[in-house]
Design a protein around this ligand. Sequence first.
Ligand code: 13P
Ligand code: SF4
Length: 345
Amino acid sequence: MGVELAYTAEVAKATAPLYRKVAHVIPEIEWPVFAPVIAEINRLKKEKNAVILGHNYMTPEIFHCVSDFVGDSLALAREAARTDAKVIVQAGVHFMAETSKILSPDKTVLIPDMRAGCSLAASITGADVRLLKQKYPGLPVVTYVNTSADVKAESDVCCTSSNAVAVVEEIAREFGVDTVIMIPDKYLAQNVANLTGVKVITWEGACEVHERFTAAEIRDYRKAHPGIVVLAHPECPPEVVAEADFAGSTAALIDYVGKHRPHRVVMVTECSMSDNVAAEYPDLEFVRPCNLCPHMKRITLDNILHALQTMTTEVTVDPEISVRAKKAIDRMLAVKLPTVTKKAA
Ligand code: 13P
Ligand code: SF4
């Protein structure tokens, strides 16, 4: 790591307020391991004029102790577009870092581990989209942000799980069509079609984390934990979403807990979400069957520190692709919306 990091009295004092934020989910005995790294990351951020954009799936010590801004994909993209910092460290996966670079091409965007991919982004290429457009001429292409810049560049508009309904409705209206091509997440596309009058042509992509949840599992949680509130991400299969009390983006699920304070809740999504929310609401009971995203979990405190120390690894996007991809992202950012929500029937 280069610098000798130790849990000194000074580090203990400086990080004590941060520990209070995570005390409910990080045992005190582990803090001396995290604290010196956290203190050094926070020092380096100031020195390098850097911000850390942390996705809601980051582990609590990243989410609560070093991130300058946390949120869902949409919120992080908006923040990347408006930050004054010179350097963005993306505590998230590669497509998020690419989106930041596209929106802020003059900034240095670092990802702590280049291998932090996404099963959705890996499921489709720009060439696939060109073939789809040939097959369905005249239909707009709505592309989930969980894709490469190359795929975005072939698209009419992007969407995230928090604005997908509004984006699909608006683009269908603009094109004067009742059907859109919605790629690459077949489940998100079906869930959006279920909430709109718009038909979707989908792609065989799925999130490897959310596709594993089943409707039977949700029914079992309800039997085992009477009164439990079930919150699901719309990357889950439609039959899982149908069993949930509420579905929405990672930020919408967090908001739901903050607003409704359910006594007992299960977040049908990536594991760290419950930890991060439980840290904030220690009085609520979180039932925690969850699935880990191996890509998100590649980001650690140690590699965030390494990224800031060495200013690696920089994410770059071909300028010609970047300009075309930006059009699709900007079109999405221009769509005014409330958060996507869904109540089970
Ligand atoms: P959100 O936009 O809801 O944060 O989702 C991103 C993601 O990768 C979920 O798996
Ligand atoms: Fe991709 Fe799923 Fe991981 Fe999100 S949780 S980054 S959609 S693999």
